[in-house]
Write a protein that binds this ligand. Structure first.
Ligand SMILES: C[S@@+](CC[C@H](N)C(=O)[O-])C[C@H]1O[C@@H](n2cnc3c(N)ncnc32)[C@H](O)[C@@H]1O
Length: 256
């Protein structure tokens, strides 16, 4: 089976940067952790919509596949009381999540989850699919590990045009039709869909915490090639979103 662990600039973005984030949070204070660790997840209001629409409840076993630094799962744990398990193929991301949030965290590929069938009440995967070559496999694995009729939540960046002028290395954006087919192929029937852009920006306090961490990382690592490589990845996705060539779509589906 194909191994789907990111490398190159994605390694800088998804493994090195998370370590630096955890360092900065340690220096600045724990109130910075969740805002700084929601990398790629858009906004807190979008995450709250996922929690509501997935009908997450206190005590629910939630798998976060491609959890990164763990911010989204932590928000759900603190605000709803879910019991999260975090999985990411990047050791640096997992180490950072463990340092900041102390939740069960495993280094694993979303296409080969180390869990038995029906192990979770719900699962989500946020900002992950566009970085994965075999998207169908990651979706099938979410279906497999969620109990029958359990909710699966996704944030997926989709392309709105046939050809993009540039693409962050290692990324591959489906269009909305392809995404729908992929979900159907994994026996995930879509219940609700929303556009990330329709949710409000984070409040100023959240943004200040995230910005302070960014600034601390830049101050410490601005002349490091890995910092520049990670920034270039983020510049490209930022441009695609700003020009409307790529948009974030939130989906809630049920495992059938
Ligand atoms: C844009 S980040 C999003 C992180 C986190 N979900 C969030 O929203 O803050 C994308 C994440 O997908 C992870 N990823 C890449 N390939 C993966 C795979 N095959 N299975 C699971 N996760 C993967 C990366 O390591 C990275 O942490």
């Amino acid at each position: 089976m194909e191994q789907m662990v990111p490398d190159g600039p994605m390694d800088d973005e998804f493994s090195t940067l998370p370590r630096w984030t955890a360092d900065a949070v340690e220096a600045l204070g724990p109130e910075h952790a969740v805002p700084a660790a929601c990398r790629g997840s858009g906004t807190p209001e979008a995450l709250r919509w996922l929690c509501r629409t997935m009908a997450l409840r206190a005590g629910a076993r939630l798998l976060d596949s491609g959890a990164g630094e763990g911010g989204p799962a932590e928000l759900a744990a603190r605000e709803v009381g879910v019991s999260p398990t975090l999985v990411d193929p990047m050791p640096g991301a997992c180490a950072a999540a463990r340092r900041m949030f102390h939740r069960p965290t495993l280094v694993a590929d979303g296409g080969r989850l180390p869990f038995r069938d029906d192990a979770f009440d719900a699962a989500w995967s946020i900002g992950v699919l566009c970085t994965v070559p075999d998207k169908g496999l990651v979706l099938s694995e979410l279906h497999r590990v969620v109990r029958p009729r359990g909710a699966v939540g996704l944030l997926v960046f989709v392309r709105t045009v046939d050809v993009l002028p540039e693409v962050p290395e290692g990324n591959d954006f489906p269009d909305r039709g392809e995404l729908r087919k992929l979900a159907e192929g994994a026996r995930l029937s879509t219940l609700e869909e929303a556009a990330l852009a329709d949710f409000p920006d984070p409040d100023p306090g959240w943004q200040q915490h995230a910005d302070a961490v960014e600034a601390a990382i830049e101050a410490a690592h601005h002349d490091d090639d890995r910092f520049r490589a990670a920034q270039e990845q983020q510049r490209i996705i930022g441009r695609l979103l700003a020009e409307g060539l790529v948009e974030g779509r939130l989906l809630v589906a049920r495992a059938t």
